[in-house]
Design a binder for this molecule. Structure first.
Ligand SMILES: CC(C)(COP(=O)(O)OP(=O)(O)OC[C@H]1O[C@@H](n2cnc3c(N)ncnc32)[C@H](O)[C@@H]1OP(=O)(O)O)[C@@H](O)C(=O)NCCC(=O)NCCS
Length: 159
């Protein structure tokens, strides 16, 4: 099933927040307190049949010291019922497209790209390319067991 992906960054009302908190807590992805904090970082939601949430992703402004620049730190969670159907790839691609558009329009000019920390051992093993071909995220090093990957927005500069 192709998910319907909604961009809701900074546009969540209380009922949508509650729906996402219930999703995370119900899936045992996050505890209640963590879910209440993280919900303010929600960027996109993927929905399936009957509008059921398949997965969500969050972004927050993050200073990455080794590069000395700010990035949107992207995190995602997909329901156990809908894994390996392209939901995570869809959320990552659409987040990149949306935030790239915002950057080009002059919004948050100090945040010059997206950073992800790949913890999942299967993803690290199955996708070892220095640059991921579909989403163009570049490997820039490790942090503990995580692979750090970055994608810059179009026209980003380092001055
Ligand atoms: C990791 C996670 C986000 C992947 O979500 P997903 O929607 O299943 O991922 P996608 O379907 O978009 O998969 C992307 C690619 O990874 C592969 N993949 C994902 N999970 C896999 C698994 N368990 N085993 C083998 N391949 C897997 C998919 O087959 C796909 O590759 P392909 O397009 O070449 O076939 C999801 O498993 C999850 O939420 N896990 C718990 C939280 C987590 O680990 N978050 C990410 C931290 S890095």
């Amino acid at each position: 099933m192709t998910p319907q992906i909604e961009f809701v960054f900074n546009q969540l009302d209380d009922s949508l927040k509650k729906e996402i908190i219930d999703f995370w807590v119900g899936e045992k992805a996050l505890g209640v307190e963590q879910a209440h904090q993280r919900v303010n970082e929600i960027a996109l939601i993927a929905r399936g049949s009957e509008s059921k949430i398949m997965g969500v992703c969050t972004i927050r402004d993050y200073y990455f010291k080794p590069i000395g620049k700010n990035f949107w730190y992207f995190r995602t969670f997909v329901s156990k019922d809908y894994r390996q159907h392209g939901v995570a790839i869809g959320l990552l691609s659409e987040t990149k497209r949306r935030m790239n558009e915002q950057f080009k329009a002059g919004k948050n000019p100090k945040i010059i790209g997206i950073i992800i920390k790949v913890e999942n051992p299967i993803l690290k093993q199955n996708f070892p390319q220095a640059t991921w071909p579909r989403t163009q995220f570049h490997f820039v090093g490790t942090e503990g067991d995580s692979h750090i990957r970055i994608s810059y927005f179009e026209g980003a500069t380092i001055d």
